[in-house]
Design a protein around this ligand. Structure first.
Ligand code: IMP
Length: 437
């Protein structure tokens, strides 16, 4: 028994997949509770590379139930491609389950995402263009199509006949764009329904059955804290709830069932898309981090903006997620600098802020980061390390300082993408024990 949530602490791309991969060896089920094909990560498994956008990476671990829960928005064509690609590589996807309540991204959501971004002009969010925002907007407006609808032809037609005229009115009259017909969408969905149908079910009931059976459940967050619709830097956010609270809303599992919340922190900070990024490095140090860390989007290929670790933003992530521990990754990417910096706070007009201003992006705009400088560590020292103890002392000092600023213990650190490059900290519970805390 035990329900562990893994969340990103900043603006996404913290490599949550690596911690998920380690914890999922101990779990009975992995549940993705939000987001859609805007997410993306690459997992290296038994010498083969797998790219995931929608399916929880737990699917690679035999015997683990992999659930795509209510809070997700699913592009059924992208999902079908992902399933087919895994099957073609010999992966058994029979443990996959898709919530009947998850919302379906349809072609007009992608069109609207693009037209809305263009209309925003200079204020554009820099969305991934996958139709995520418009799909969640339809969910909240109660004009969405859910995965359960696509396997119920009469209901699908009835819903689309109500919804398509509304969408066409916006597409035609607001954006002068092409309209959709109900028949075309039904026909397009017909190309994927047979593949997806066997996996669609009541995943709330399944999650409760798993809990009743005393299973160990891992909740795989997508995106990250600062991209949360309410907890993040609105309006430069995604349209879901990546924070730990999203794990309960997006699955039907109650907050009281969650036993641990682990935050995945990168040793530096990155951001994709628009919005204020106080610790951004616009010089060769940022370029160096981008190249060494291969900081280019898995979903869009866009170069990520890179900067020093924002530990002030991290304190916000600790609070809104209720973090019980952190994983500090990418220590290898930061290696080779003579000295590194950590942002410990912000000032505005010369005065120090006592809380990260997540709720007011205009306030964030005028903030100056306060940096602390620490000595760097060498590349060979982290590359050759096989345990935490073997890490260079300066890297250990950096880890200690991040823990201190976060106010929660580091459970794991990592120095590369391989499983063997993630180290448990001394006196820290093992991946198996984390489910028993
Ligand atoms: P959307 O989720 O496509 O609507 O994009 C909204 C904002 O969230 C944009 O700034 C995106 O770049 C950002 N975003 C969405 N998903 C991710 C992710 O997985 N990693 C990093 N940024 C993301």
């Amino acid at each position: 028994m035990g329900a562990v949530v893994v969340v990103g602490t900043h603006w996404g791309d913290e490599a949550k997949g690596k911690l998920v991969d380690i914890l999922c060896q101990e779990a009975d089920a992995v549940i993705r509770y939000g987001g859609g094909p805007n997410a993306g990560h690459t997992v290296q498994f038994a010498g083969t590379q797998y790219k995931f956008h929608l399916i929880p990476s737990g699917v690679l671990t035999p015997g683990v139930v992999s659930i795509m829960a209510d809070g997700m928005v699913i592009d059924p064509w992208a999902l079908t491609e992902e399933i087919n690609a895994l099957v073609a590589k010999g992966i058994d996807v029979s443990g996959l389950r898709i919530s009947q309540n998850a919302h379906v991204i349809l072609p007009y959501h992608r069109d609207l995402d693009m037209h809305e971004e263009t209309a925003r002009g200079k204020a554009k969010i820099g969305t991934t263009g996958r139709g995520v925002g418009p799909c969640y907007a339809d969910k909240a407006s109660r004009v969405g199509i859910r995965m359960g609808d696509i396997i119920n032809p009469a209901r699908l037609r009835e819903r689309l006949e109500q919804i398509i005229p509304l969408k066409n009115a916006i597409l035609k009259h607001v954006f002068q764009a092409d309209a959709y017909s109900v028949d075309t969408i039904i026909k397009q969905l017909g190309t994927v329904t047979a593949t997806l149908a066997p996996y669609i079910c009541d995943t709330q009931a399944l999650a409760h059955d798993l809990m009743d059976a005393g299973s160990k459940i891992l909740f795989e967050g997508a995106q990250a804290t600062m991209l949360d619709l309410d907890g993040g830097t609105y309006p430069f956010v995604t349209s879901s709830h990546p924070i730990s609270g999203g794990a309960t809303i997006g699955t039907g599992v109650p907050p009281t069932a969650i036993t641990q919340v682990l935050g995945v922190v990168k040793a530096y900070t990155t951001r994709v898309g628009s919005g204020t990024f106080p610790t951004e490095l616009l010089d060769e140090r940022g370029d160096r981090i981008r190249e060494r860390g291969h900081e280019y989007g898995t979903t869009t290929g866009r170069p990520r903006r890179c900067g020093w670790l924002d530990a002030f933003a991290l304190t916000h992530a600790v609070r809104v997620n209720g973090l019980t521990g952190i994983h500090i990754g990418h220590l290898d990417v930061l290696a080779g600098f003579d000295e590194v910096q950590i942002c410990t706070g912000y000032t505005r007009g010369g005065a120090a802020l006592n809380r990260f201003p997540s709720g007011d992006v205009q306030l964030l705009d005028g903030c100056e980061p306060v940096f602390e400088t620490l000595p760097g560590w060498d590349e060979a020292g982290v590359e050759n390390a096989t345990s935490y103890d073997e890490l260079p002392n300066n890297a250990k000092a950096y880890i200690a300082r991040v823990q201190e600023l976060a106010g929660v213990p580091a459970r794991f650190v990592s120095v590369g993408p391989g499983r063997e490059q993630t180290f448990q900290l001394p006196d820290s519970p093992s991946a198996a024990d984390i489910f028993n805390l």
